[in-house]
Design a protein around this ligand. Structure first.
Ligand code: APR
Ligand code: PHB
Length: 390
């Protein structure tokens, strides 16, 4: 079998790249380890920068997003018993974010791909990347006991943090940077109306909490828990009690409780692999970097990687040059590191770090108090949250 670009992974990165390439007649095949149902069953953050919304529109996969997405012009920071709204739109010349679950983004892209009759092979195993340091790379995989090979021009490693692509890079050719946080996020989904029109990020001495949403009828809440916490230790009642204890009274009073239909714990880490290109192999999205969800940057960084790689491939197949492909890693990493810094800063400011004790708590409260009363500081937060320029 032969294709132009072999894409490993059917998450947002792989699907978005495949859809954009289809739009310029460049053929792709996506190889996915899991089943279609498993991919669509993943629950992930869904706060989209305008650039991400625009790219999904370019891919022809934004109809439902425009119909059901929730435009948000601000967020609130809660600490010291009060919530402070930051009007990000006013501070960024009208920019805003759109709340729309990543699961929905993935479904929209998957349905577009299927409607176009483009090939995605689900439930593959033993995917292996070959000869990407030369001009004739290929990918092999097993399915139903048969080993298949795909010859291609390029390989896009869109297979996430645990994927095979980054691990296929020769030893020593990759430099990685990592920070593990000593806590995770316990998240629940419940079919109850959100506590507030916009997101509320809460700093509290008991730990961080976040009030988010998926729709006017469906809420998403998180509380910070120790890194080794087990989800079985958290009944719905215990979760709602802990959430209430970390929110300012007027926000807590607005929380509608109800049975959770999804409850899980996600670890928090910052991770970057450099560079993001190895000959004909390009690392994209979570395959190259991970951010703590505090800044809602994971999906948006995947989209910006795709934007840069798509521009390079369009230039290459347009018969022009490889300049865009040669520039991919440096361009993508410049934006990745700014988002990694912002996500680290939001995480450091809002979470309880046991080792910094009471002093650390007071420093965080002082930083938050300065922040919400400084137009300059609020502008800096707003510019990063709505998305820095590409
Ligand atoms: N072979 C084939 N597919 C693989 C392999 C493999 N060896 N390893 C992983 N995959 C698949 C996974 O099953 C998953 O569907 O690659 C896909 C990677 O998708 P994501 O992990 O969602 O990564 P990405 O598409 O870059 O999207 C990043 O997803 O995890 C969130 O917070 C993250 O919002 C960010 C977004
Ligand atoms: C979510 O709704 O899941 C969400 C929103 C904002 C974040 C993280 C997660 O920063």
């Amino acid at each position: 079998m032969r294709t132009r670009v072999a894409i490993i992974g059917s998450g947002p990165s792989g699907l978005l790249l495949g859809q954009l390439l289809a739009g310029i007649g460049v053929e792709t095949i996506i190889l996915e380890r899991s089943s279609r149902e498993h991919v669509l069953g993943r629950v992930r953050a869904g706060v989209l920068e305008q650039g991400t919304v625009d790219l999904l529109g370019e891919a022809g996969a934004a109809d439902r997003l425009h119909a059901q997405g929730l435009p948000h012009e601000g967020i609130s920071l809660a600490f010291g018993g009060r919530a402070h709204r930051i009007d990000m739109s006013a501070l960024t010349g009208g920019k805003h974010v759109t709340v729309y679950g990543q699961t929905e983004v993935t479904l929209d892209l998957m349905q577009k791909r299927e409607a176009a009759g483009l090939v995605t092979v689900f439930e593959t195993s033993n995917v292996a990347l070959h000869d990407f340091d030369g001009a004739s790379p290929s990918v092999s995989y097993d399915r139903d006991g048969v080993t298949h090979r795909i010859d291609c021009d390029f390989i896009a490693g869109c297979d996430g943090y645990h994927g095979v692509s980054r691990k296929s890079v020769p030893e020593g050719a990759l430099k990685t940077f990592e920070r593990q946080y000593p806590f995770g996020w316990l998240g629940v989904l419940a079919e109850v109306p959100p506590a507030d029109r916009e997101l509320v990020y809460a700093n509290h001495e008991r730990g961080f909490a976040l009030c988010s949403m998926r729709s006017p009828q469906r809420s998403r809440y998180y509380v910070q828990v120790p890194a080794d916490e087990r989800v079985e230790a958290w009944s719905d009642d215990r979760f709602w009690d802990e959430l209430h204890s970390r929110l300012p009274p007027q926000i807590a009073a607005a929380v509608t409780t109800g049975p959770s239909f999804e409850k899980s714990i996600a670890p928090l880490r910052s991770f970057v692999a450099e560079p993001m290109r190895f000959g004909r192999l390009f690392l994209v999205g979570d395959a190259a970097h991970i951010v703590p969800p505090t800044g809602a940057k994971g999906l948006n960084l995947a989209a910006s990687d795709v934007r840069y790689l798509f521009a390079g491939l369009r230039e290459f197949y347009g018969g022009k040059s490889e300049a865009g492909l040669d520039a991919y890693s440096a361009k993508a990493l410049a934006r990745v590191w700014k988002a990694v810094r912002f996500s680290w800063w939001m995480t450091t400011m809002l979470h309880r770090f046991p080792e910094t004790g009471e002093f650390g708590q007071r420093i965080q409260e002082a930083e938050l108090d300065y922040l919400v009363h400084s137009k300059a500081a609020c502008t800096a937060l707003a510019e990063n949250y709505v998305g820095l320029p590409y």
